[in-house]
Design a protein around this ligand. Structure first.
Ligand code: AKB
Length: 320
């Protein structure tokens, strides 16, 4: 039986992963945990919710034991731009939190999902379609924590036989919960600005191509990799994954197909532009496709249509 804990449950991924896991495994079997005392009602009312500071290992261990958890989706982390403004805090939360999760999982024999990111790559990575195994020398603290996290998860698998699995997520686009602190956040903010003001000032330069994915694909990927047969996973921590790659002006043009008077302005933010410039333009995710059948469903056009419909209240909804 699955008894699942999701850390960082109130964040951009968690707020959509928890309902999807509850729909699949039963609401009572999925414990959402976050640092907020009063999270959004859907999380609190539709199943168990626990307030948790990921840096308190004792509290985490007690929760895992009390709830008889066998699988942890560990989402609590600082994103790239936020991590660059406070690198020490990013190391503490991203690495300290992961070490706590892995140790509690080792003692409680839990499987662990750990999201990695395109942030594991750096300026020396081939910029176009780097393969699964390639140069990983990031120059951001976020990237350093994500590469270290991948290695640590591999180590716990090899040394202790822990069932660790991970995905290198691209920028995630969603309308339920705003991301906050990421370099790819423009691709989320742009939608509400387009609807409200018919104008958006982008903090990345035109021509900055990055991998992106619509949240329903990301949620499905996280669940699919955890359900994959272990012998199929040749990489485990973590798989390259993508659904689309675009530069800001391409997204603006797609939005303008629905809102013809939409205007995009550009005011690059030096920190986020430098981070984006250090990441590849697009990834090669053929290893995920070959090993566990990864297949994205949403294109740029479909994602844009759904995002605009959902945010303008015209009722689009997606299957998890
Ligand atoms: C960020 O921009 O920091 C994240 C990511 C790509 O990991 N969305």
């Amino acid at each position: 039986m699955h008894r699942i804990l999701v850390t960082g449950a109130t964040g951009q991924i968690g707020s959509e992963l928890v309902p999807a896991l509850r729909a699949r495994y039963g609401a009572a079997n999925v414990v959402a945990a976050g640092h907020k005392k009063t999270p959004m009602p859907e999380l609190r009312e539709a199943g168990p919710y626990a307030t948790l500071d990921i840096l308190e290992r004792g509290a985490l261990a007690a929760l895992v034991e009390l709830e008889r958890i066998d699988t942890i989706y560990h989402l609590a982390a600082l994103l790239s731009a936020k991590a660059e403004t406070d690198p020490q805090l990013a190391w503490e939360i991203n690495m300290g939190g992961l070490v706590n999760v892995l140790e509690v999982a080792r003692l409680g024999n839990c499987a662990v999902f750990h999201p990695s990111s395109i942030g594991v790559f750096g300026p020396s990575t081939p910029p176009d379609r780097p393969p699964q195994v390639t140069i990983q020398r990031p120059n951001t603290m976020y990237g350093v924590t994500k590469v270290s996290g991948e290695l640590l998860c591999d180590y716990y698998h090899r040394r202790y036989g822990l069932d660790t699995r991970g995905i290198r997520f691209p920028g995630l686009i969603s309308h339920k919960t705003a991301p906050g602190g990421g370099t790819t956040d423009y691709a989320v903010e742009i939608f509400s600005a387009a609807i409200k003001y018919k104008q958006y000032t982008c903090f990345l330069r035109p021509g900055t191509s990055l991998d992106m994915m619509y949240m329903p694909d990301a949620i499905r990927a996280a669940m699919e990799i955890m359900e994959a047969k272990p012998e199929k996973l040749h990489h485990r921590n973590a798989y390259n994954l993508t659904a689309m790659s675009f530069a800001p002006e391409k997204l603006a043009a797609e939005i303008a197909r629905h809102i013809p008077d939409f205007i995009m302005l550009y005011q690059p933010d030096p920190i986020r532009q430098a981070i984006a410039d250090s990441w590849p333009n697009s990834l090669d995710d053929s290893a995920a496709r070959a090993d566990w059948g990864w297949q994205p469903r949403y294109t740029l056009a479909e994602m844009t249509r759904e995002m605009l419909a959902a945010l303008s209240g015209s009722g689009a909804s997606h299957e998890p």
